[in-house]
Design a protein around this ligand. Structure first.
Ligand SMILES: Cc1cc2nc3c(=O)[nH]c(=O)nc-3n(C[C@H](O)[C@H](O)[C@H](O)COP(=O)(O)O)c2cc1C
Length: 323
């Protein structure tokens, strides 16, 4: 393994600023495996305050992004530049299981590595805002107690209280309330996971308001789109699954533009928070570009599934640049 170029994330020294976003690392075994092959920022997949099964299979499909929708294809070969539609439903094992397992994950990673635990609140019909906020905070407290170095608060999920469909981070007062409660409930740094913003102005406004309660931002989660198969039928069976999250290669132009906007606002002195770049990073050159622009870390999800040696190649790229 080539040695990493080093890095810094909050108060932690990093072997390298490359990591895995929430999703691929399903439990401590996955965290440990990826920690041995050049990934130093390891995000434990999103967990909940109760067990929740995944949506029915298929729940991940390769897609082509077209004008009116994303089209699920039957392609089965391993892609070098994959784009996926993901409709998993954020499954979770029981808290007693993940709380023990997060501790194991923390024990198994080494120095120069950090463990982020992603959490989400679980809403059920009849619950009010306070109950949802409380659920986020409870989950975050458990994740912190179990050994997460930082807690990622997943805000790119549907806002159950909105009349028009929107995601929680688009409801700034609700997002701020959740982050505030999480931050004041447990002692670890809080990271806000956010998605696509409609305009650069909204991005700036949201980041400025949320910066009071977050130590960093993780973006861009993915792009919500309608997904159909080649015949025009629903690509994912079941109610509420006509839209899914598009991730991977095709999201790069949008995600990288947003990350660069965020980095510019930070340079302009609006606030000083960590920026963890996510979204469409399918080559080591893309990761390198965002890191040189100032991102604190570059995280991959889709590419982690197809190209597990990405972290090793990033180290080789940096070593060659120094030589
Ligand atoms: C298989 C898979 C599972 C994912 N699960 C989660 C999750 O549990 N929580 C979350 O916040 N994001 C989840 N994501 C989204 C990723 O964290 C990331 O934001 C997104 O995939 C964009 O990065 P990419 O283009 O490198 O894939 C998942 C992505 C993939 C591919």
């Amino acid at each position: 393994m080539p040695s990493g170029p080093g890095g810094k994330f909050l108060d932690h020294h990093l072997n390298s600023p490359i990591g895995i976003a929430a999703g691929p690392l399903l439990n401590s075994k996955w965290v440990e495996a990826y920690s041995r092959i050049g990934f130093d920022v390891l995000t434990y997949k999103t967990v909940r305050s109760m067990a929740m099964p995944a949506h029915a299979l298929p729940n991940i499909r390769p897609v082509e992004n077209r004008e009116h929708a994303a089209i699920a294809t039957r392609r089965t070969q391993i892609e070098s530049q994959p784009t996926l539609a993901v409709s998993l439903g954020i499954p979770s094992v029981e808290p007693e299981v993940w709380r023990r397992d997060v501790r194991r994950a923390k024990d198994r990673i080494g120095s120069g590595q950090v463990l982020i635990v992603s959490v989400v609140g679980t809403w059920a019909p009849g619950m009010d805002t306070e109950q949802l906020v409380q659920d986020y905070a409870r989950c975050a407290a458990w994740a912190a107690e179990a050994g997460g170095d930082a807690i990622e608060v997943h805000l790119a999920v549907p806002d159950p209280f909105a009349e028009q469909p929107q995601l929680i981070y688009e409801n700034i007062p609700l997002a701020a309330q959740i982050l505030y409660r999480v931050r004041t409930t447990m002692p670890k740094p809080v990271l806000a996971k956010v998605g696509v913003f409609r305009t650069p102005r909204i991005l700036h406004e949201t980041a400025t308001k949320l910066a009071s309660w977050a130590s960093g931002f993780v973006m861009t989660h993915g792009v919500r789109r309608r997904v159909v198969d080649e015949e025009g039928n629903a690509a994912f069976e079941g109610a509420g699954r006509d839209r899914a999250t598009i991730v991977g290669a095709d999201t790069w132009p949008l995600a990288s533009r947003q990350i660069e906007e965020m980095l510019s606002w930070r340079k302009a002195g609006a606030w000083d928070r960590a920026i963890l770049a996510v979204g469409g990073i399918t080559t080591v050159e893309r990761a390198d570009h965002l890191l040189r622009e100032g991102a604190d870390a570059a995280l991959i999800a889709t590419t982690a599934l197809f190209d597990p040696l990405f972290g090793v190649r990033f180290r080789q790229l940096r070593a060659a640049a120094v030589a």
